[in-house]
Design a protein around this ligand. Structure first.
Ligand code: CXF
Ligand code: ZN
Length: 370
């Protein structure tokens, strides 16, 4: 079939919306009519080359839609089902899935390769294969993905809200709840309040933090953070967040620092480590530059103060358990999703959506389809 898709054809280039060829689903794959897809900074890291992928590539890894067709062997979904696409598939059998760490599923090795699980490609343009980021490629009207990448959700949930639990919500929420292990009464500082950081704020509040300090230079981000669980906000161009954390903790430092800027820098990791007290945790969430090979954290503090440096992908969430759990938290009002969408776009306006993200005008931009 033919479908329209926003392709990236090289580092530094704009998205180009083109008509492309899409093969139908093979064994254990599904054809999804994309209804909504979030605009996440990680897709822009393909533009900058921080996330290296072969071109042409179809980006977009935070999507929701309706199953249109299933290939042989598919058992968990059928045409008409509403699904969220998970940016890491889950095989259910590897060591990581078997021990409940499905976000580390061995199938994740293919995230930046862009082929389907059998090693072949479903999208092409003029006979040339198109890679699908995270094996998804949601910046298209239709996509073909593995059954292992789709999570069935109730059909009454608006798909523009559902798409957010494909990446930003679990990544931020899980960074606080799972990887940061925020517990009642703790003091948490979140650096960078975009589509992931805002959910770290929500996760920390849900986990019972007594203070959630949201750090961002953009007024819109700080205002939104205050509405969704932050107790304090800091403009880092005016106030050093360390001073705020220390003033709230008798100079001891916070319990958890969560790092969710557009690009994770070694300097910010050092800053996060300086913000936390003895026993504190620093959760590194945002994508770093591949060119950065070293971080500067005083080793003495890691050892004698038992500070923990923690990495995370997907916030340590289990997509097949938690995508629906997060939607239920939203249904009961404990987790806000509606407030995360700042602007909606058509696929043809995808470059404007990324410009708004880079200029700090969006918590989340969402591309919606008919
Ligand atoms: C990223 C992680 C690297 C691959 C693309 C998705 N996660 C969240 O945005
Ligand atoms: Zn993302």
């Amino acid at each position: 079939m033919k479908t329209r898709a926003a392709l990236l054809r090289g580092v530094g280039e704009a998205f180009s919306v083109e008509e492309v060829d899409l093969e139908g689903p093979k064994a254990n794959e599904v054809l999804v009519k994309v209804a909504a897809t979030g605009v996440c900074h990680s897709d822009h890291h393909i533009v900058t080359g921080d996330l290296p992928m072969a071109f042409p590539v179809l980006a977009g890894h935070e999507g929701a839609g309706i199953v249109e067709e299933v290939g042989p062997g598919v058992t968990s979904v059928e045409p008409g089902d509403h699904v969220v696409m998970s940016f890491i598939p889950s095989c259910g059998h590897c060591r990581w899935c078997a021990t409940g760490r499905t976000n580390l599923c061995d199938l994740g090795a293919g995230l930046l390769v862009g082929a389907q699980l059998d090693g072949t490609y479903r999208f092409s343009v003029d006979g040339e294969d198109i890679a699908q980021v995270c094996m998804l490629g949601t910046f298209a009207e239709y996509t073909v993905v593995a059954e292992a990448s789709v999570v069935k959700i109730p059909s009454d949930i608006p798909l523009e809200l559902a798409c957010l639990v494909g990446c930003g919500v679990p990544t931020g929420y899980g960074a606080a709840v799972h990887r940061g292990r925020v517990s009642p009464g703790e003091v948490v500082v979140v650096f960078g309040i975009g589509g992931i950081g805002i959910n770290a704020v929500q996760g920390a509040a849900i986990a019972g933090a007594r203070a959630v300090i949201a750090v961002d230079p953009e007024p819109l981000k700080r205002e939104t953070a205050l509405k969704l669980g932050a107790t304090h906000v800091v403009d880092p161009s005016e106030v050093d967040p360390i001073d705020v954390v220390q003033s709230l903790t008798n100079g001891q430092g916070g319990d958890v620092a969560i790092l969710t800027p557009g690009l994770l820098t070694p300097a910010l990791i050092g800053k996060g480590a300086a913000c936390v007290s003895k026993g504190g945790r620093v959760v590194c969430v945002a994508v770093p530059s591949g060119a950065d090979l070293h971080i500067e954290v005083p080793p003495m503090e890691l050892v004698l103060f038992e500070k923990e440096l923690i990495g995370t992908v997907y916030g340590g969430c289990n997509p097949f358990a938690e995508i629906n759990l997060l939607l239920e938290l939203n249904r009961t009002g404990k987790l806000r999703l509606e407030e995360l969408i700042t602007n909606r776009y058509r696929l043809d306006d995808i470059n404007a959506a990324f410009a708004d993200m880079l200029e700090g005008r969006n918590i989340r931009g969402v591309i919606v389809f008919d």
